[in-house]
Write a protein that binds this ligand. Structure first.
Ligand code: ATP
Ligand code: MG
Length: 397
């Protein structure tokens, strides 16, 4: 039996000039972490990553690799000795697995990095192509628009593969600095975090609660959401902060219809404070224009005005229905719709401002001690770490 190998293809990161090694090495480290329970070997050459020693576990390894950001496609290949006859036979066998009545065209593409091999790439392609034509009926070669591409790589051995399995795409996790995700218990914020993580941004979450008005179960829900995100990010830390005093104080002293916007502004200040402490460079929210009163353009502007850091809102132009599709595909949706109280709904006033003016909001904030409230809330912070396997740890600050 010839040995199998997984060929990992990555797109954009091949283009990054001098940074390319950093991106590739991060991707390899992430693959190793993901496959830590398997005794695999990883080889990097010519803009490809090869995962070897996979024969026993290939069916469980492929889905895991499909959760690694930065992988555009995967192929399962076979390693044959440096012999054109054997290589051709392997190609025929692989083609037999994928060809069916509707498939009419194919081509063989050869990359020969082993210059000691006595045949040149076009000769190898035509030789193996010829063998395929002799052994399979009703096939034609189409070099411009083939339905199936047989790839032959001649290195220390001949690597041959036919099908390509889609990867998750994006950029390797942790190649793009760190950001603080404002993670509520809702549908949107886990999706926002996932989309940014998929571009390589390292995520730490901050969650605001109003314990004892919000329950222990509401916090467990957020931990569960972070755990599900950790399938893609490895592990996640949540900074959990009690904003009850901020809410009661502003509710007493400021106009009630402003309460949501006021607590949003405090959330942003606190999130930025966390971000500065942990060396994060931006904030991420799950806001989407027009979705609720606190997400009109005016409200977003007023909320944004509290912080200096860039605030990324990857869902800003997305419809709820599309956000839900992503939430379902990353398996956070079912958790997000569990019906536990959120800190914003606990104190939701009957009337809310939808087009706040910054001057009015600042005038209201002058009625409370913003600095002291932020410091006191920050002091309630608990840090909780979560792994996908379910490990949860609480950390001293
Ligand atoms: P989500 O589904 O993420 O809860 P939403 O549609 O309910 O979003 P809002 O409640 O207005 O919208 O919140 C907008 C954004 O503000 C959230 O996506 C999240 O980033 C942040 N946010 C809201 N509440 C909290 C909270 N309790 N803790 C942390 N972030 C929050
Ligand atoms: Mg919410």
């Amino acid at each position: 039996m010839l040995e199998k190998v997984i060929i990992v293809k990555y797109g954009e990161i091949g283009l990054k000039g001098k940074n390319r090694y950093f991106f590739e090495n991060t991707l390899i480290a992430n693959i190793k972490k993901k496959l830590k329970d398997y005794d695999i070997k990883i080889l990097k050459t010519h803009g490809r990553i090869y995962v070897e020693n996979v024969d026993e576990n290939i069916d469980s390894i492929i889905p895991l690799l499909q959760e690694v950001f930065g992988i555009v496609a995967l192929s399962i290949g076979v390693k044959a000795p440096l012999d054109l006859e054997i290589g051709g036979q392997v190609a025929i066998d692989l083609m037999k697995e994928v060809v069916h009545d509707q498939v009419k065209t194919f081509k063989v593409e050869t990359r020969r990095s082993n210059k000691g091999f006595p045949y040149k790439s076009p000769e190898i392609s035509s030789e193996i192509g010829g063998m395929i034509l002799e052994n399979l009926d009703n096939l034609k070669v189409d070099v411009h628009n083939p339905e199936i591409v047989v790839t032959v790589e001649v290195r220390d051995l001949i690597y041959i593969y036919v099908v390509s399995i889609p990867g998750i795409g994006g950029m390797p996790y942790k190649t793009a600095s760190k950001a603080v995700l404002l993670l509520s218990g809702g549908i949107d914020s886990p999706v926002a975090g996932y989309l940014m993580a998929r571009r390589g941004v390292e995520i730490e979450a901050v969650h605001f609660h109003s314990f004892p008005f919000t329950s222990e179960r509401a916090q467990e829900k957020v931990i569960e959401l972070a755990r599900r995100m950790a399938k893609y990010t490895g592990h996640i830390r949540i900074h959990s902060i009690n904003i009850l005093e901020i809410q009661t104080e502003t509710n007493q002293k400021c106009p009630l219809p402003q309460s949501t916007i006021l607590s949003r502004r405090f959330m942003m200040r606190l999130a930025e404070k966390v971000a500065k402490e942990i060396g994060a460079r931006s904030l991420i929210t799950g806001e989407s224009i027009g979705q609720v009163a606190s997400q009109t353009m005016e409200s977003l502007a007023v909320t944004n005005a509290t912080v200096q850091m860039p605030v990324f809102r990857p869902l800003i132009a997305m419809d709820k229905i599309d956000i839900i599709k992503i939430a379902q595909s990353i398996d956070t949706f079912e958790t997000s719709i569990l019906p536990y109280e959120d800190c914003c709904t606990v104190f939701l006033p009957e009337k809310v401002v939808t087009r706040p003016e910054l001057a009015d909001i600042e005038a209201s904030e002058a009625l409370v001690d913003v600095y002291a409230l932020v410091e006191k809330a920050f002091a309630t912070r608990e840090i909780i770490g979560v792994k996908y396997e379910g490990t949860v740890w609480r950390q001293e600050k």
